[in-house]
Design a protein around this ligand. Structure first.
Ligand SMILES: [Ca+2]
Ligand SMILES: [Ca+2]
Ligand SMILES: [Ca+2]
Length: 496
């Protein structure tokens, strides 16, 4: 069994089953849970929590117990049973969380994982199962993602199982709940006993079972693709995978997850590019590049969508989910409607430089939760309204220089909980409403307001920024008066 450093496998006297929960290498605290398996009815469990570490990384996510299967026609034998759930279940799983679980299925035993719930944000969060099995011909490894909520159960032979879960910083879904049963191999599982009301389809691998309604629904649910083989011609709005008769729904083209057996659904240069745009992929070194993904670097290059004439919501819907950069600079857009970027879920950088925009309405950036860097410079903006930046809780850099900004509505920066930097150089600002930046109090470290028309600074300008603001640049204003107390409590300000 391949185990990362710092982990531990404990076996009972008979060297039989144990379930072992332990964290990734990045976690400093180890949580171990053991289920002692024996051939009798007795089942004990023992938990050991050890080592100090980050409390936020530690969750006991497994509850264990032995249920004696009820005697009935269907079940007249004993199960060994435990439940495995995602962190915080039944609440949505927390953001930025990694967890691994290990399970060893001994010789002569099989395990049935019954899926009670499985809801994970596709593309950005993952749950993968890896089964390693020693055969006469060597080590056999089966690894597949558990994404489809249509999987009803997974039947695993002897071997070592690892479940690997990761959630990124955004969009937390409900997670998963599994019942795990182990049983001597000579007592075959009758799946109908566990799901008497559910009609299932057995994937060709014999490992996964899915809801029968998921057969031929143009969504790959079986990791061997068998639920979508032999389903007839491709209907409209689907795309045929190369060298197969598998048709997948077009929404799965270029979404960052491999659906086709030969992975051609993620070969995106010629597809999912809105009319009139130029799209492509390539290394991304513009400024700092996309923020590093928490779970893992994506298995593809950053994808670009560059507009040439205009932009509206339809364009966003026709852009591949993989898009991390939308570049619309120098296009005379004049205005953008609310929801103009809905669908650009992976968008990291949006460049609206020099687009003749005079107003950014509330909700204009809805649906782009991963936006990190926003250029709205060199436009005709006169004010920022409440709601313009709502939902941009990943925004880190905001470039708003060279506009005609004079007014900042109360709440215009609401929700920008990660904003680190704002550049307001060369606007027409004559004064700031008291507490203009208070909503940025948790994160704003750098503020540039050079080349405006400020004549005075009131003492409440930096209200709320006392503990974060490190650098302010206020050069080239006509400052005549700074109210006493303006810098009172500015505990970390270094540079003015
Ligand atoms: Ca997520
Ligand atoms: Ca399917
Ligand atoms: Ca795909």
């Amino acid at each position: 069994m391949k185990i990362s450093r710092g982990s531990e496998v404990v076996k009972n006297r008979e060297n039989r089953v144990l379930l072992l929960v332990f964290p990734m290498k990045t976690e400093r605290r180890v949580t171990i849970l053991l289920i002692h398996y024996s051939s009798g009815l007795e089942c004990r469990y023992n938990m050991a929590k050890s080592l100090r570490g980050l409390a936020s990384f530690v969750f006991m996510v497994m509850s264990v117990g032995l249920v004696h299967a009820e005697h009935s026609e269907c079940e007249d034998f004993k199960d060994y049973f435990s439940t495995l759930v995602s962190p915080d279940y039944p609440d949505p799983y927390p953001p930025a969380t990694r967890r691994q679980w290990y399970m060893e299925i001994p010789e002569g035993v099989q395990a049935l994982i019954r899926v009670n719930a499985l809801e994970i944000e596709r593309t950005w969060d993952y749950l993968t199962l890896e089964h390693t099995h020693q055969t006469a011909h060597g080590i056999n490894v089966t690894r597949f993602p558990l994404v489809s909520g249509n999987v009803t159960s997974i039947l695993l032979p002897e071997g070592n199982v690892m479940l690997d879960f990761c959630s990124d910083e955004f969009e937390n879904f409900d997670g998963f709940s599994f019942d795990i049963r182990t049983r001597e191999i000579n007592n075959t599982f009758d799946l109908g006993c566990y799901e008497p009301d559910v009609e299932t389809f057995a994937c060709a691998s014999g490992v996964q079972y899915i809801h029968a309604i998921a057969r031929c629904d143009r969504i790959v649910d079986c990791h061997d693709h068998s639920d979508e083989i032999g389903c007839g011609d491709c209907p409209p709005d689907t795309s045929q995978c190369e060298g197969t008769d598998i048709c997948i729904h077009s929404k799965f083209l270029c979404d960052g997850v491999f659906d086709c057996p030969h992975q051609d659904d993620e070969n995106c240069i010629d597809s999912k590019c809105p009319d009139g745009c130029i799209c492509g992929e390539g290394p991304y070194a513009h400024f700092f590049g996309p923020s590093r993904a928490f779970c893992a670097a994506p298995g593809y290059l950053p994808y670009w969508t560059n507009g040439t004439t205009t932009w509206n919501q339809e364009y966003a819907m026709n852009t591949t989910l993989r898009t991390v950069v939308i570049d619309l600079h120098d296009i005379p857009l004049m205005h953008l409607d609310p929801g103009s970027f809905i669908g650009a879920t992976n968008l990291n950088t949006l460049d609206l430089t020099n687009c003749d925009i005079d107003h950014l309405p509330s909700g204009v950036f809805d649906g782009a939760p991963r936006l990190y860097k926003l250029y709205i410079r060199n436009n005709k903006l006169r004010y920022l309204e409440k709601g313009t930046f709502r939902g941009l809780y990943n925004l880190y850099l905001l470039f708003a220089e060279f506009n005609f900004l004079t007014r900042f509505e109360e709440g215009c920066f609401e929700g920008l909980t990660n904003l680190f930097f704002i550049d307001l150089e060369f606007n027409g600002i004559t004064d700031f409403r008291p507490g203009t930046f208070r909503d940025l109090g948790g994160s704003l470290e750098r503020l540039i307001i050079t080349r405006n028309n400020l004549t005075s600074i009131n003492s409440s300008l930096f209200y709320g920024l006392e503990e974060t603001l490190l650098r302010v640049n206020i050069d080239n204003n006509e400052l005549k008066y700074i109210e006493p107390g303006t810098f009172h409590n500015m505990t970390i300000l270094q540079d003015m």
